[in-house]
Design a protein around this ligand. Sequence first.
Ligand code: AMP
Ligand code: MN
Ligand code: MN
Ligand code: MN
Length: 284
Amino acid sequence: MASIDLHFHSRASDGALSPTEVIRRAHGRSASLVALTDHDCLTGLAEARAEARALALPFLNGVEVSVSWGVKAQTVHIVGLGFDSDDPVLLAGLDAVRQGRIERAREMAAQLARVGIDGAFEGAMAVCDNPEQVSRTHFARFLVEQGHVKDVRTVFRKYLTPGKPGYVPHHWAALADAVGWIVGAGGVAVIAHPGRYDLGRTLTERLINEFKAAGGEGIEVASGSHSLDDLHKYALIAQRYDLWSSAGSDFHAPGEGGRDVGVTDDLPPICRPVWELLADRVQA
Ligand code: AMP
Ligand code: MN
Ligand code: MN
Ligand code: MN
């Protein structure tokens, strides 16, 4: 296992721990390089960076941008690493991506009410620090807390995914914009958890080509949402498309399933680790 984790969340978006707590947890699990990558916001970075510095834990700025891609407007996530967190174009872009989450949450709650689940808007907001960051994860936590469903994973299966009550499609950033903001701010763009998209061979190739044309350079090979087969599959894809390989747990909360923070699978030896590209942007 590698002690590098370049993808996880805090309460600034849909994680359950504060930036300080999640950095402490990563440090406690012997992490040697971390990046906090909250969804569509940089709010947690200053606090996380300060805690990492206090613990002498090397730190990279991070973000996970929500994108709608392709003719079906499928959701794809792009991780940004090592950018300038004061870059005005990046900040304005993320601001625009966050717009509409509250309206979407109202619509989600209306759909859930039709299947007998009341008060979901207020319930999700009650477990969310920042209203404009309200996400499906906050709804999932509310549904579990209320005893409607036994765990977060089951909520997504029964309620919050396409075709199920409570799923409201949303229009996120364009791929070229998200990559452009990250690269323009001096960062490296990485395709997050490619194993989750169910794109097939042709669309995967198209996504990677468009991503590279926009200036994207990396792909997550080791991910908390990847199986061992995915790890090897995406290592080969990284090699074939000449992409740098990243590693991230995608940790959100203790006990919510998936990998804990701070530790990821070793990259297969054919990979070029993205942290070699980012060495000059690490804040120690
Ligand atoms: P949103 O940005 O509001 O659409 O919420 C997306 C978030 O929901 C992701 O970042 C994950 O944290 C979570 N999520 C999506 N699908 C699942 C799933 N199948 N199981 C658990 N969490 C999920
Ligand atoms: Mn999330
Ligand atoms: Mn994601
Ligand atoms: Mn994530």
